[in-house]
Design a protein around this ligand. Structure first.
Ligand code: LLP
Length: 421
């Protein structure tokens, strides 16, 4: 659920009418609801409340805005990070380093050093080479890295190929049959303390079956590791729970269903469980608000040309996925429109032949469910500056990331000496 509702015919974010924000900050802009973010953090926490001291580490990649991270940190969430940049954001937001997990398939030596210097909870290691490099880095620092081995359980998550991560052919994790040897090697290498295992099989999952299959494999692995005399204290179960984007489709499994499955499958493991939800927390807590620049009648269809484009919200272009699109002040009646951005690519399309209430030039529209993998995946293609992010809390709002100016966008380029005349 979210807190973007019509009040007297005008879409509000909590108690703030969206046109008021548009007037103040211009369009396009991302808008987040504090209440929705909080609610999702609490729903997840409640769903896992039967577990002993679980760690919920928000997947920062979904929405790395520091204000958002601070809000979630105040709800008790930690952070799952995949780069030094994400770690720095989490720290700046006030996330306790002992609630930070460093995942990712290609950590550099510099990132390892930064993680160890910070004293984060653990690093999830994804290959033999990475394990040995981490041992060397930790040893030169006189540090000990608590590590988990990320397992590739070879399970088909049943989601889009581009966001599946747990199949044998995917780049992520260590093949299941090599984990025991690597775990034993970790226990013997200096500078490392293996504390557990981790898995994340994919994102936007609409079925608990593949998750259960993966977790079952992890449970058997925990037993085998212990039988080999290797201690296992923690298991990181990753993220991946799907959320509703298309109101016409059946709902995904609820966090409560997920929690019940986890409790059943992991009973008796005697470990601390960790979770890395991203989309579930942030997805429906954000929208992208855009103004209609043109209503264009083509030869075969009507186009709504927005001032937002694929560079601002790339998911429809990249994955061909659905985002609900609604008029902020709906007019009566209906139309069918192909909703596009102004970027010079045919793929710059948010929706094709989509039924929508009639929209005129100058109207505002909201692209829903854009709080996860929205602003964070934006780029500046066609020299379009990054758009601002606004956080609403009840009747107040604040810009939590400024709109990038054209001067800022241009300022990084340099003319070499030999062209400078
Ligand atoms: N943990 C790890 C190690 C991950 O790789 C991911 C997501 C998560 C947790 C969080 O997954 P979530 O709970 O959000 O499903 N850009 C794509 C999604 C890519 C997800 C990558 N990894 C999209 O827009 O759909």
């Amino acid at each position: 659920m979210d807190h973007f509702e019509l009040v007297n015919g005008v879409m509000h974010a909590e108690q703030v009418p969206l046109p008021a924000i548009a007037d103040a900050v211009g369009t396009p802009f991302y808008c987040y609801s504090t209440e929705t973010l909080r609610r999702h953090a609490r729903v997840m926490r409640d769903a896992l409340s039967m577990l002993d001291n679980p760690l919920i580490a928000f997947a920062v990649k979904a929405n790395p805005n520091i204000a958002v991270l601070r809000l979630l940190a105040r709800e008790g969430l930690g952070a799952d990070v995949v780069s030094e940049g994400e770690m720095r954001r989490a720290l700046k937001a006030g996330v306790d380093p002992k609630k930070i997990v460093f995942s990712g398939v290609g950590k550099t030596d510099g990132e390892m050093r930064a993680a160890l210097a910070t004293g984060i909870l653990q690093l999830n290691v994804e290959s033999e080479g990475e394990l040995r490099r981490l041992s060397a880095v930790a040893t030169t620092m006189g540090a000990t890295a608590d590590i988990a081995i990320r397992v590739n359980p070879d399970v088909d998550a049943g989601t889009l190929a581009k966001i599946s991560t747990g199949k044998a052919e995917n780049k992520f994790g260590v093949p299941l049959d090599r984990v025991e040897a690597l775990y034993a090697e970790a226990a013997s290498l200096p500078g490392l303390r293996p504390v557990g295992i981790a898995a994340h099989i994919g994102s936007q999952l609409f079925d608990l079956t593949p998750l259960e299959a993966a977790y079952t494999k992890l449970g058997a692995l925990v037993s085998r590791l212990r039988a080999a005399g290797l201690p296992v204290e923690r298991v990181d179960l990753g993220g991946g729970l799907g959320i509703p984007y298309d109101p016409k489709l059946p709902l995904p499994p609820s966090p409560a269903d997920y929690g019940a499955m986890v409790a059943r499958v992991t009973a008796g493991w005697a470990v601390r469980l960790m979770f890395e939800p991203g989309r579930l927390i942030a997805g429906n807590a954000g929208i992208l608000v855009s103004r209609v620049v043109a209503v264009k009648t083509g030869a075969t269809r009507t186009f709504l040309v927005l001032d937002a484009a694929m560079n601002d919200l790339i998911r429809p272009t990249l994955y061909g996925v659905y985002h609900d699109i609604r008029a902020v002040q709906p007019r009566s009646g209906d139309m069918v429109a192909t909703i596009v951005g102004p970027v010079c690519e045919t793929g710059d399309m948010f929706a094709e032949d989509r039924p929508i209430t009639p929209v005129h030039e100058g109207d505002l529209v909201a692209l829903m469910t854009a709080g996860a993998y929205g602003a964070t995946m934006a780029g500046t293609y066609n020299s379009r500056p990054l758009v601002p992010e606004v956080l609403v809390d009840g009747g107040r709002y604040a810009v939590i990331r400024e709109r990038q100016t054209l001067d800022e966008l241009l300022a990084l380029d340099r003319i070499p000496d030999w062209l400078d005349n």
